[in-house]
Design a protein around this ligand. Structure first.
Ligand code: PAF
Length: 304
């Protein structure tokens, strides 16, 4: 197994990637904020799939946190992260400092409209502009052929896909299915901060989503009914603050009144000091295209 290279500067990343590309390797990329877990391991598995030269960035990006958010307390575990990257055959880890990424206060930012108007957008002003801008910077630094993002952050994935399409970036964005604990809790770096009691209560997110899925399967079409039931499930689990519970269309993440085809059920709930999000595609699969179409199965479904 070849040695894992560690880079702290943009210059070194560019040199190493140019070398790998000159040797005929495809470049794959997994951007992260560290505190890596099994969900990230799935991203690394997808990134390495075709024997690509795999680059991981670990950078807790300050510009995507609001002033009252958890930037300072966001979990950090550089040693554990490097160990996991090594175990998963990562070729290059980029660990920039904030001054390497932002040597001066940036005057340029990317904002993706419409897709950010609902779900987390109104609750985290500036968050998606921070994400889109840092992802664009990272894509320009790493110049990957493919970049992998988790479906757990469905809105982020949709925003990145749209930015890549709108700006003609020469990269393929791969969406990787959410990895869950045995009891259904979606893997998240923020789960590390849950107490045992909070951890139990946090299951209300996946319970609410599965209830939405069951209702849609049983033929309920009114979104208001599904959202009301999801709220009940969350409230029944204990005291929490619901940022939102929403069923939106899978393409542009806009609110819908009735379910006609696949829809995205999503929610954000604060349990204690920890804000958790999760989502699931619910509803009937889309009609197959006339004549030659194959009908997608539930496992084919991606949020966007
Ligand atoms: O999903 C994350 O960890 C972050 O939002 C990302 C994509 C690495 C940008 O900072």
């Amino acid at each position: 197994m070849s040695r894992m290279i560690r880079a702290e500067t943009i210059r070194k990343v560019r040199e190493v990637v140019a070398h790998a590309r000159a040797a005929g390797r495809l470049i794959s990329f997994v951007p992260t904020m560290g505190a890596l877990h099994a969900g990230h391991a799935a991203l690394l598995g997808a990134a390495r799939a075709d024997g690509a030269f795999t680059v991981v960035s670990i950078f807790v990006n300050p510009t995507q946190f609001g002033p009252s958010e958890d930037f300072a307390s966001y979990p950090r575990d550089a040693e554990g992260d490097l160990r996991l990257c090594k175990q998963h055959g990562v070729d290059l880890v980029f660990l920039p400092s904030a001054t390497e990424m932002y040597p001066h206060a940036p005057l340029t930012s990317v904002s993706v409209d419409r897709l950010t108007r609902h779900l987390c957008g109104p609750h985290r002003p500036g968050h998606f502009a921070g994400v889109a801008t840092v992802v664009l910077k990272l894509l320009n630094i790493v110049t990957p052929d493919v970049a992998c993002f988790g479906q757990k952050d469905a809105q982020q994935l949709a925003v990145v896909r749209r930015m890549v399409a709108d700006l003609d970036l020469p990269v393929r964005i791969a969406g990787v299915p959410t990895v869950r604990e045995a009891d259904g809790l979606a893997m998240s770096s923020r789960n590390r901060r849950l107490s045992a009691v909070d951890r139990e209560q946090a299951l209300c997110l996946v319970r609410a989503l599965r209830e939405a899925e069951r209702m849609a399967r049983d033929g309920v079409r009114e979104v208001a009914d599904i959202e009301a039931r999801m709220r009940e499930v969350v409230r029944a689990a204990g005291p929490s603050t619901i940022d939102y519970v929403s069923v939106v269309d899978c393409d542009e993440l806009q609110p819908i009144d009735r379910i006609h085809g696949p829809a995205l059920a999503a929610l954000a709930v604060r349990i204690g000091a920890t804000r958790l999000i999760d989502n699931l595609v619910i509803g009937p699969p889309p009609d197959p295209p006339a004549a030659t179409g194959t009908r997608p199965t539930r496992t084919d479904r991606e949020p966007s």
